[in-house]
Design a protein around this ligand. Sequence first.
Ligand SMILES: [Zn+2]
Ligand SMILES: [Zn+2]
Length: 85
Amino acid sequence: MATDFPVCVRCNLPVEKNSDSYEVFERMHWLCFHLEFEHQGDPDRPCADPACPWWRIEVLHRKLAELGVDPDTAIKEAINERWHL
Ligand SMILES: [Zn+2]
Ligand SMILES: [Zn+2]
């Protein structure tokens, strides 16, 4: 399948969203770049980088709980909404 997007050297998939930053991210997706050069330790766990998606999810998770919203309930509601669109 041909696309106009450059291909990520790490995962071989087209770089669409961040194609303008293809060279900046060493010809990778931003996430692939993060995992390759910035992320420390288990890729399934948050790292110390403030841009780390896992870390950001963890922060928002904590904040929701502080605000009295159960994060798991929020996800369940979002899943239901998605199927009822
Ligand atoms: Zn990639
Ligand atoms: Zn990370």
